[in-house]
Design a protein around this ligand. Sequence first.
Ligand SMILES: [Zn+2]
Ligand SMILES: [Zn+2]
Length: 390
Amino acid sequence: MQHYTFAETPADTAITSMENQFAQERPRLVRFCAYFTGAPSAAEDLAQETLLEAWRNLHKFTSHEQPDGLSKWLLAIARNVCLRWKRAQQRESAHIASYAPYAMEDGELEEVADHAFDLEVELERDELARLLDHALSLLPPETRSVLIERYIHESPHADIAQRLGLSTDTLEKRLYRGKLALRRVLLVDLAAETSSFELADQDRDVSTRIWCPMCNRAQLKQYRKLSSGRIGFHCPSCWHIASYYDHTLWAGLRNPKAILNRQIEALGRYYHQAIYTLHTTCYCCQDHASVRIVQPDELPPQMHASTGICITGTQCGHQAFNTLPHLTLDIPETGQFWRKHPRMYWLPAQEIEHGGIPTLVSSFQSADTAARLDILFERATLKVLGIYEA
Ligand SMILES: [Zn+2]
Ligand SMILES: [Zn+2]
């Protein structure tokens, strides 16, 4: 039997020492990622991702001499990893899943695709290249060529238009259609392939026995995001109902209605505090955010046409919208009414004068009895003026 011994080369020693330093930095990175994203459940993975990225880019690390050089470098990478993760997350605002494959037909998908689907943001370039390689063979040739030029060669629009003999306008349209087609291919035809990416980060819906409080036409589905552990609820018949980023909120709870109640209470505190103080923290990055009351024509087209609120992150620019039906559902008195009347539905808001003030009456109607809950909002500010049960 032969025995081999391996002498450690200086390079091996350097690698071992780097591995040790990485291991020492790890707990700090986990804490940073948890703090920076507000998602402790994702922090381990994000720290791991940071270390992998650092490892791949070790040749770019130049601050060996500085005492905190490595820590600072790793934190900078962690910050980027977290920002990338949050960009993927922020497409879901509090009540509105901006891309909800379960609730949309093709036409509706196209309406939201513009802001909801950003290829460059959603996939890293090499992941994208690999997927495109598979997906492109499934697309028509003319669509394929514009996508390759734009996303693989990263050519400017003007160059592509010239090379393919297209007007810029035609190119824009073709790129847009190409992105939609690609998304469909990625989601449907290559589901297995994309399952490790955010695109398909959706556990199967679970049925609940909770009747939709908005339309009373269907029972809510509960979904869970695999990457973040985020739980949310949507109605197969109308729209998204609620989701919340901080899973500690429902720790220990299993009953869907109990979880949903916790989420609605927290969302109510968040939105109504914002309405009263006109400033708050951003839903995605927890940084400062400004608050504006918006009219129906300013809301994204797929939302309820009603007065609403827009919360804009000062640093990140992320916008979260919420509308009157949800702001009404979030009020504690509505929660009490809902407990008494498990089958109820929202009535479109009426505009009235109340003590000389333009007022919106937003109501929930019991489906089984004549009971109705009217909540009066000052139209200009969405402050609650009164709550009446009839
Ligand atoms: Zn519904
Ligand atoms: Zn933000």
